[in-house]
Ligand binder design. Structure first.
Ligand SMILES: C[S@@+](CC[C@H](N)C(=O)[O-])C[C@H]1O[C@@H](n2cnc3c(N)ncnc32)[C@H](O)[C@@H]1O
Length: 422
């Protein structure tokens, strides 16, 4: 920052770096934060840079339409002037920043001609009183893909779901105490072991966080471990386990858990989570594909790496990174991992495959391909195993789409299938 730079410019510069990382380099927003916000000392400035970038990603198609409606000559998608305009307009039209502050803090990021252009386009949009639509539009490619896979109704529900940040869900270490925790935290429970808090709840300050009575986990993300039921001392292998939401559920449900993941930093978070909650698991760093499948377990859970389009409400960057090609590559990786995971299952044991994706190529198609293998049969998930409002579809698999539990604040997109060996 130079001495003459107006206050707030560094925050917008960090927001611009974040958007560049997501949109031009395909990096997840969370992973880009440390670098992009390195120059910002204050936590609230870092949080604001993230909020600006997040809101731009939530409303990108509409911001671009607004920019295009006020420029004589179309700006390239990756032009710095377009990035600056997105940042200025999202503040003025969605984040409540006064127009003069929104533009004054982005102009220093531009030089010469583009600076005049940004000033001119912003001024024209403001004079025309141009607004962003609510609910926001999804990126065209995503709308097209989801309409084809799930029909227009799902696209409409997804647009409604991205309009506002979702509530905060907690999973409890002791499901028997659900009513007690719901009351103590001022939340509502939608299933045993679950409490839903209003959006924006400052979780680290709430009772029960420090002593590990609960952890943050969307209700949809709690399904894969729920459908494994009570462990009663039996063994479970949690593959791709970090940061450990499902490991903790399994340990709390009485499973003797082995948790593996290939990422050292993510396993560190898993260990911290176990320590905070006082739950136990044997934790190992391992690549699923490089391991020999032994010993064998009563249950194996594969929460596979995926496009993560199911978590678009909290992480709108996923919508801009999940290309058809990326999805196809991830689906192939999941199919290979599932075949590998099968080797760890005891005869008569259970295998659960899950992804937080809204792409049938990753959920249904991978499960169908696997079901064709002889030694496993489909093990349909029964209604009584699921929270009210979530249903199992064809072949007893669970597909959570936007619109599920809409009246209660919705749920992340998820797919869960269960198989039995032999
Ligand atoms: C969807 S996340 C898992 C979330 C976790 N199950 C939970 O509930 O908190 C996918 C995980 O897969 C891990 N991963 C990706 N490829 C892997 C591989 N080949 N072997 C092991 N872990 C892998 C990633 O490090 C990431 O932590």
């Amino acid at each position: 920052m130079t001495d003459k730079e107006p206050a707030g410019v560094a925050t917008r510069r960090a927001a611009m770096r974040l958007l560049d990382a997501v949109l031009r380099q395909g990096v997840p927003l969370e992973a880009a934060l440390a670098n992009a916000a390195a120059g910002l000392e204050r936590a609230d400035d870092r949080a604001f840079a993230r909020a600006i970038a997040s809101e731009v990603l939530r409303r990108l198609p509409d911001l671009d339409a607004l920019i295009d409606a006020h420029t004589a000559k179309r700006l390239p998608g990756d032009a710095k002037a377009r990035f600056a305009l997105r940042i200025a307009l999202v503040q003025a039209r969605a984040l409540g920043t006064p127009g003069h502050a929104a533009i004054a803090t982005v102009l220093p990021l531009m030089d010469g001609g583009p600076r005049r252009l940004v000033h001119g386009v912003f001024g024209a949009a403001m004079r025309a009183d141009a607004r962003l639509p609510d609910p926001p539009s999804l990126p065209k490619a995503v709308e097209k893909r989801w309409r084809k896979a799930w029909k227009q109704e799902m696209v409409d529900a997804a647009r409604a779901a991205i309009a506002a940040p979702p509530p905060v869900d907690l999973s409890l270490r002791d499901p028997a105490a659900t009513a007690e925790w719901a009351e103590k935290l001022g939340g509502a429970s939608l299933a045993p072991g679950h409490v839903r808090l209003p959006r924006g709840a400052a979780v680290a300050e709430l009772p029960g966080f420090a002593d590990g009575q609960w952890w943050v986990q969307d209700i949809a993300a709690s399904l894969p471990a729920r459908v494994l039921g009570q462990g009663e001392g039996r063994s479970a292998l949690d593959l791709c386990a970090a940061p450990g939401g499902k490991t903790m559920q399994l340990a709390a449900a009485g499973w003797k858990v082995t948790a593996t993941d290939m990422s050292g930093p993510r396993l560190e978070r898993l260990r911290e989570n176990l320590e905070r909650t006082g739950l136990a698991a044997d934790v190992r760093q391992a690549d699923v594909m490089a391991e020999t499948p032994e010993p064998i377990y009563d249950a194996v859970l594969l929460d596979a790496p995926c496009s993560a389009t199911g978590i678009f409400r909290r992480h709108p960057d996923v919508l801009h990174r999940a290309t058809d090609r990326a999805i196809a590559g991830l689906a192939e990786q999941q199919a290979a991992m599932l075949r590998q995971a099968a080797g760890w299952v005891k005869p008569g044991g259970v295998l659960v495959y899950a992804v937080c994706s809204l792409e049938p190529a990753e959920g249904e198609a991978v499960a169908d391909g696997f079901a064709a293998e002889r030694e496993f049969t489909r093990d349909p998930i029964r209604p009584e195993e699921l929270p009210e409002g979530i249903t199992a579809g064809g072949a007893g698999r669970v597909r959570v789409l936007p619109g599920t539990m809409a009246g209660e604040g919705g749920a992340d997109g998820f797919f869960v299938a269960r198989f039995r060996k032999g």
